[in-house]
Design a protein around this ligand. Structure first.
Ligand code: 2AL
Length: 257
């Protein structure tokens, strides 16, 4: 089973961290391919970054289709391009916010998200409204560390633990969700310090995709997630055109419709 974990930002050092977390949980018989987006922003922490990360993400999914990937994890907490990737891939596609929030809802009555910058909080709330029942997400808290500074911050675990502790108290929540793929290595440390479940969406996403593949389940192509209609794309996005006539580097394989 080949699970392609796509880091939709272009920072390879972050992909290495993501790949290590993914491989640590993947289990026997699962080949994790951690890939870095070939175009787009170095980190994703604004709506602008997020929008412009999507072409690179879709190109990485298209490449996975050509190379025989069985399923995908989108390893950024904004879940950029999730719906579009589902239209492109034969196998299941899961975002890390989606995986983490669903897992959190199984483990407690309410969860809090600890994310990077204040400005990313709105996207996390939007995703919570999409993925979980009203009231399940009780708070989204920023630790005021930019994505590309996470790695180098010697006090990262202390800072995330402190913000998570405050979140548990303030929100009355039972579970913590880590709100950035760059926090993936902190899960056990923060969990053991706080004594509550702490969820890393990278690990949760890999195991969710693995479960779906084990169950022989994939995205339904019956309706909204059917193949994108054929049409021309122009300019820098010309290669993203879909359809029979498209000489496209970004085309997907055939999926049972
Ligand atoms: C993220 C993430 O997971 N990767 C990235 O570049 N930005 N999320 C975030 N909240 O900043």
């Amino acid at each position: 089973m080949r699970i392609r974990v796509v880091n939709p930002n272009t920072t390879a050092a972050m992909t290495a961290l993501i790949g290590a977390s993914a491989r640590a949980v993947a289990g026997p018989g699962v080949l994790v391919e951690a890939v870095t987006s070939a175009m787009g922003p170095a980190s994703i922490e604004s709506h602008y970054d997020e929008a412009l990360s999507v072409p690179g993400l879709l190109a990485a999914v298209a490449e996975g289709e050509a190379e025989g990937a069985d399923g995908y994890v989108i390893a950024c907490f904004g879940d950029p391009g999730l719906d579009a990737a589902r239209e492109l891939a034969r196998g299941p596609v899961v975002g890390i916010a989606e995986a983490a929030m669903h897992a959190a809802a199984l483990l407690g009555r309410g969860f809090s998200v600890v994310t990077t910058l204040d400005r990313t909080r709105g996207r996390a709330w939007d995703l919570a409204a999409r993925y979980v029942a009203p009231g399940a997400c009780r708070g989204v808290h920023a630790c005021a560390i930019p994505v590309l500074s996470l790695d180098a911050d010697p006090h990262l675990a202390d800072r995330v633990t402190a913000v998570a502790r405050l979140a548990l108290d303030q929100d009355g929540s039972d579970v913590i969700v880590l709100g950035c793929a760059g926090m993936t290595a902190l899960c056990d440390t923060v969990s053991s310090r706080l004594g509550v479940p702490v969820i890393d969406g990278v690990a949760a996403g890999v195991l969710l995709v693995r479960s779906l593949l084990t169950l022989r389940l994939s995205t339904s192509a019956h309706g909204e997630y059917a193949r994108p209609p054929a049409k021309d794309y122009t300019g820098a996005l010309a290669g993203f055109a879909q359809g029979e006539s498209a000489k496209s580097p970004v085309s997907r394989g055939s999926r049972a419709m």
